[in-house]
Design a protein around this ligand. Structure first.
Ligand SMILES: [Zn+2]
Length: 86
């Protein structure tokens, strides 16, 4: 099972205190976590698109391949970050 995301863990910590500012911070962390999840889903969709293959390991630089490669590098960074917090 996946570890609880850090933003949600912090939100739970803030919720443990009965101070309005902390509740706002917890709500904002949960909102940002949700936005992040949606962006990861979009990146995963884009990363799954098959890209053009060129001979001799050349890299295609068309806009579609650029988008797919960007999505893949964003996901790689995201996974790196997740591993750092474990
Ligand atoms: Zn291409």
């Amino acid at each position: 099972m996946d570890k609880q995301p850090e933003a949600l863990r912090l939100a739970d910590v803030f919720d443990a205190f009965d101070i309005p500012l902390d509740r706002e911070a917890a709500a904002e962390l949960r909102r940002l976590h949700q936005v992040n999840q949606e962006l990861v889903e979009v990146a995963e969709m884009a990363a799954g698109i098959s890209i053009h293959t060129l001979p001799d390991r050349m890299k295609c630089r068309c806009s579609q391949c650029d988008m797919v490669n960007l999505a893949r590098s964003i996901l790689a960074k995201h996974k790196e970050k997740q591993n750092e917090t474990i």
